[in-house]
Structure formats: C-alpha cells, structure tokens
Design a protein around this ligand. Structure first.
Ligand code: MRU
Length: 338
C-alpha cells in the first residue's frame, strides 16, 4: 500500500513527491512551518492530501506552543492557520481541514493543554482515516460505471499519493482493476509538473495495472482512434453548479472527450463540493512559478526572457461532465448536491 502521509510518535512523515519516481524518500516534520513549506513546494500535493497534511500541521503547531491554557493556545494557533491557508488557494480540502481543526480547538479550549493537543492530533488522524474510507467507497461506486475491458484515460495524479491512500480517480481505476475490468490506462504526462508521468505511472507500476504513458498532446489522437472508453479525473474544488477545478489540461481533455463521444467522469470526496461557490468562475486559480514552464526536470527548455503564464488549474464546465462520483453515490447533470 502507498502511504504518502503518516504520523509517527511525535512527527509527520511525508513521502517526498518531488523526488518520485527516481527516489522514495520520507521527510520528517516536527514544525508546522515545515509542513506549510512542503505543501507549497509539492512535497505533498493533491487536494485531499494537502488537507490531511495541513491538519497535522495544526496538530504540530499545538505541540510547538508554550501556552499553559486553551485560550492562549488558540491564539498561538492563529499564525499556523494563516500560514497553512496561504500555501495553495485552489483545493477546498485545505480550507475544510483548517476549519475543522479550528472548530475542534475552540470547542475544547477548556481542556488542559496536553489534552487539547491530543484532541487536535486525533482530529487530524480522523480526517486522514475518513479520506481513506471515502476513497474506497467512491472507488467502488465508480467501478460500477466502468465497462469490461475498459481503456481509461486519466490526467494528473488523483491517486494514493494525492490522498490519504487509494486515490479518487485512481481509486476508481484500482477498484475496476480489482474487478478485472481494466484493459489499459492511458496516463497523460501532465505538463508542466508531470504528475501523470512521475506519479500516476509510478502507482500503475507498483500496482501492476496495465498502462501507457502519453504526452498530453496525444490524448486527442488516441480518442480519435477509438482507443479510449472513458476518462476519469480528480477534482480540487467543485462549484455548486458542478463546474470543476482540476489540474491544468483537464478542461482540454473534457472538450476532446465530448467531441469524441467519450464519457468524462470526475471522482472526488463529497467534501470537495464547495456550495459557497456558485460556479467555476469564482474558484481561485493558483498561478505557479514561470520556471515550471520554462524548463522540465531542471533543464531549461525556453528562453529565460520569455514571459510565462502558468495557471496550475483550470475549470471544466459542468455540461462537459458525464457524472461526478463521490462516496455518497453518483451525481448526474443537472448537478444539485443538496
Ligand atoms: O498541483 P497538484 O499536484 O496538487 O494538483 C493535483 C490535482 O489537480 C488532482 O487531480 C486533484 O488534486 C485531485 S487529487 C485526488
């Protein structure tokens, strides 16, 4: 089993995803600031995984505090809440996890500090366990939609690495594979950060799932040849109308899928739905450093002077999404999540 996030004794262990697939190294975190830096620098990435890591970041902040009472501890935690919230803007899971940790801290502030610290650690562990359970449940729902002998295309990494384990889109693929339904997974390499080739392909190899890596620009060609039966991706935030933010390039894949009559599924825990956001237009889109586009794997592939636009996510309009697969079941258009 792939375990990207683990608490051990007094520290948070994160599998360093920036080094995969070449090296499997675990980084230890005992300070919330280091957790924030690991989220920002993509040591841990993927919407649910970011939320889980941030929750443990808050638990670490509580241990770092010298407060002698709950009220002071709460005041100390504010800096960690702010610092962790400022790491990445798009995935709603980060903010959900922080809200949940804040609610627990304030509900239990009358406890002695050591008990409150333990309560916060317990909540982080609960967030991790709930995510794992949600992934298994949504994977099973999604696998029902997969035909025998399916050739499935996925974009980015919505796998075990991006979650507490098992994965969302890759959870659907795993569950379908366990039922013997998967003939082939087309793995988009996912420029510019290569989550597909570095991470999803690595997971496919580990699990022995038949797959082929393609450059993003090959997706249309394999669909045109009739070699894709369905697309499944993850989500970073789903608006109330079903518009879905996910890794840059997802929208292009959805347009291609619609043109070629291929079903396009989004798989995500129900908590990825952000009812406070009416449509995709209101989802904040992270922009990352120009160096990600000007080069690949540390090698410069564009003039250093070339101006760059590097949105890390895009929004797929609800009308291009065949269904949204969650642990609570499968939602179909017109989307309503109440
Ligand atoms: O920038 P990343 O690697 O954090 O982006 C990840 C994605 O876009 C995933 O598809 C999404 O978070 C869903 S992960 C289950």
């Amino acid at each position: 089993m792939i375990t990207p996030i683990r608490w051990e004794a007094d520290r948070l262990l994160l599998l360093d995803q920036t080094l995969l697939p070449v090296e499997e190294r675990v980084r230890e975190h005992t300070r919330w600031r280091d957790v924030a830096e690991s989220i920002r620098s993509l040591v841990v990435r993927g919407a649910p995984a970011i939320g889980c890591a941030a929750a443990f970041g808050v638990a670490l902040a509580a241990r770092e505090s010298r407060a002698r009472d709950g009220e002071t501890l709460l005041a100390d935690l504010e800096e960690a809440f702010k610092g962790l919230a400022a790491t990445r803007p798009t995935a709603v899971n980060l903010f959900r996890a922080l809200d949940r940790m804040r609610a627990v801290a304030s509900a239990h502030q009358a406890l002695p500090v050591p008990a409150l610290q333990l309560r916060l650690l317990g909540e982080a562990q609960a967030i991790l366990e709930e995510d794992l359970a949600a992934n298994h449940a949504l994977g099973a729902h999604g696998a029902d939609l997969v035909p025998e002998g399916a050739r499935i295309l996925t974009h980015c990494n919505a796998g075990a690495l991006a979650t507490a384990g098992y994965g969302t889109a890759v959870g659907v693929i795993r569950a379908a594979h366990e039922r013997g339904k998967v003939a082939l997974v087309w793995v988009d390499e996912t420029r510019p950060v290569m989550q597909g080739s570095r991470l999803t392909a690595w997971e496919m190899v580990k699990e022995g799932i038949p797959h082929k890596l393609i450059s993003d620009v090959a997706a249309g060609f394999v669909m045109k040849r009739g070699e894709v039966d369905l697309v499944v991706t993850g989500a970073d935030r789903i608006a109330a109308n079903g518009d879905t933010a996910n890794k840059i390039g997802t929208y292009s894949v959805a347009v291609l899928a619609r043109h070629h009559g291929v079903p396009f599924y989004v798989a995500a825990p129900f908590s990825t739905i952000d009812a406070s956001v009416p449509s995709g237009a209101a989802i904040p889109i992270e922009e990352r450093d120009a160096s990600e586009v000007r080069g690949t794997a540390g090698r410069q592939t564009a003039p250093a002077e070339s101006p760059v636009y590097n949105p890390a996510f895009d929004v797929t309009p609800a009308e291009l999404i065949t269904s949204i697969i969650t642990e609570r079941g499968i939602f179909r258009p017109p989307y309503s999540f109440t």
